[in-house]
Design a protein around this ligand. Structure first.
Ligand code: NAP
Length: 260
């Protein structure tokens, strides 16, 4: 079976930056699938994107939904945009767990599940944030997460040590910020580097990159944010559309590399 249209999945694509990424990819001629935890909201959003857009129910924290997504893309996937994210009010162990489950573990499990379906020349985009730059950590924690040899197990240990420090009430003394969101994006950025390294010899020549969309006017960003969704979606869409030989394992804002 030949595929005339390349296929993209945007998680959390029913609103905000994700919906705009989906819109721009559909406009570029891709078949776009919106992943939405409320599939009715996803279908409604997809309907506005034209005949080549549809939606699947995909709560990124749900193993059952992720398994269904794997079946849905059994014929292959060209672009995966890990966009789904939350920024909760408050700071305690429950907020930390929920935030890590969605922003970090959700993106990791969705990506791992769909990696076998990615076609040659595939592109994976992590919608991250400069809030996840390592300068929010102590020097020691920053060095730990930036270690060029950091492996999956190390990253999982790093993330869990944050959650445990919050539970113990020692996170500030241990060098962590009082922000689950920041640490979730630090971890997403580290995952980007690890995935790019893991895939370096993959014959499909996949590119995996992280993007900061800027401070964008969405439900999460608020009405006083300076960046429109159209502009916020640009760098993720650029990374999703990289030509052969494009960068991998990088972090970008405004289509330019930024510091981890
Ligand atoms: P938003 O308007 O709040 O939209 C978030 C999207 O993620 C919604 O579609 C939401 O679905 C979805 N989502 C949340 N939890 C999910 C889950 N468990 N499974 C599947 N989907 C889930 O936020 P946004 O501003 O567009 O943010 C999109 C991404 O950009 C996030 O990763 C965010 O961290 C990042 N970002 C945003 C800004 C900013 O200024 N806005 C800045 C830097 C980075 P529901 O409709 O079901 O809630």
């Amino acid at each position: 079976m030949t595929h005339t249209r390349r296929v993209a999945l945007v998680t959390g694509g029913n609103r905000g930056i994700g919906l705009e990424i989906a819109r721009q990819l559909a406009h570029a001629g891709l078949r776009v699938v919106i992943g939405a935890r409320d599939v009715a909201a996803g279908r409604q959003a997809a309907a506005a994107l034209g005949a080549h857009a549809d939606a699947i129910g995909l709560d990124v924290t749900s193993p059952r939904d992720r398994a269904a997504a794997v079946e849905h893309f059994a014929d292959g996937l060209d672009i995966l945009v890990d966009n789904a994210g939350i920024a909760l009010d408050g700071f305690d162990s429950a907020v930390v767990r929920r935030t890590l489950d969605t922003n970090f573990y959700g993106a990791m499990h969705v990506t791992d599940a769909l990696l076998p379906a990615m076609r040659s020349g595939g592109r994976i985009v992590m919608v991250s944030s400069r809030m996840g730059q390592v300068d929010c950590l102590s020097k020691a924690l920053g060095a730990r997460v930036l270690a060029p040899t950091l492996a999956r197990a190390d990253l999982l240990g790093f993330v869990e040590s944050f959650a445990r420090a919050v539970e113990r009430g020692t996170h500030e003394r241990d060098g962590w910020p009082s922000s689950a969101y920041r640490v979730s994006k630090v971890a997403m950025n580290a995952l980007t580097r690890i995935l790019a390294r893991e895939l370096a010899d993959d014959p499909r020549a996949l590119c995996v990159n992280a993007a900061c969309p800027g401070w964008v006017r969405t439900s999460m960003g608020g009405s006083s944010a300076p960046v429109s969704v159209q502009d916020g979606a640009k760098t993720p869409v650029w990374l999703a559309s990289l030509p052969p030989g494009g960068p991998t394992g990088g972090f970008f804002a405004d289509e330019q590399p930024v510091a981890w």
